[in-house]
Ligand binder design. Sequence first.
Ligand SMILES: *Cc1c(COP(=O)(O)O)cnc(C)c1O
Length: 381
Amino acid sequence: MNQHMPPEPVALFDIGAQRRRLGRSIDEAVARVMAHCQFVSGPEVTTLEKALAEFCGARHVVSCANGTDALVMVLMAIGAGPGDAVLCPSFTFCATASPVARTGATPLLIDVEAATFNMTAESLARGIATAKRLGLKPKAVIPVDLFGQSADHDAIGELARAEGLFVLDDAAQSFGATYHGRKLGTLADATTTSFFPTKPLGCYGDGGAIFTDDDELASKLRSIRVHGQGSEKYDNIRIGMTGRLDTIQAAVLIEKLKIFEDEIDARNAVAARYARGLGNVVTVPQLAPGRTSVWALYTIRLPQGVDRDGFAAALKAKGIPSGIYYPKSLHQQTAYRGFPVADGGLPVSEQLSSDVISLPMHPYLDEMAQERVIAAVRSAL
Ligand SMILES: *Cc1c(COP(=O)(O)O)cnc(C)c1O
């Protein structure tokens, strides 16, 4: 082989490597669905919901079509609407806040802390005060667990209870992570996740789930998932949607859940190696006390004055892809500019949007690839 040939590029995410590991198990699981033909609400959906409940300890699991619908369904179930404020971090994926706007409620955008990228109780308190000043009723808070790490649920929950806010945890990037020994899915009034293929637990298309310990909420969600159905087939008792998870996706997820803990360990090993190799040249992500991460993304912050585009181009030249999550906070995006932000502004979100960059992260990144990433980052600076 020509010794000057550049090595194969490293993958930012690698769904193919996981598929090779799973071998025929997924093909066989999908083939079983093809044989029984219950493509909607088949037996695999119930099996998956039970397995997810066992995995995280939630009393109820309501699977659904995607992580965005999961949020919409909960907001519909709690009756969020015009005049309500739902507090969301601005430094997140747009699908945290779009469900709020779709119900007619107002997303009120608040700031995050730089160390964990997550909302703080202090920014939540400021946002609640802003909502009241604007004549909006603070109805709910969506504490996102960004990049794989849990938000500070004790502090957020305490303030939410004092203010009568419903806590809807957006764990789209962090299902499998723990907070003081408890898995996400049990830490809020309701928790949602996404099974989009590149999330830590992904399917082969779109999928999502809602977790709650509240019996009444769970039964409302099951009704909303199927057009607002009641116990009598032809009398729909509320406005609902087509919110179901496909049986084939459930079959895929049942197989993937079996190796999920092992994959989380592998992600943690990658994160630990990155931290050792990069901690003295860039700001590496920090875990707050009592928290574990599933490392949906490994997001570093570049030192002041480093040109991010130039840095990404230097990595790319060495076969290392990178991604910017998120170059604009929500309040800086066209569709969200009109929504209110917490008094005092969102300086941390804005700073993060200007200096973050995410490195390749998946469970099948071998040590040589990790060392290549580390070397490329160090030489690009
Ligand atoms: C991916 C994601 C969602 C939406 O999930 P989909 O399944 O893509 O609809 C919501 N919130 C966050 C933070 C996400 O990362």
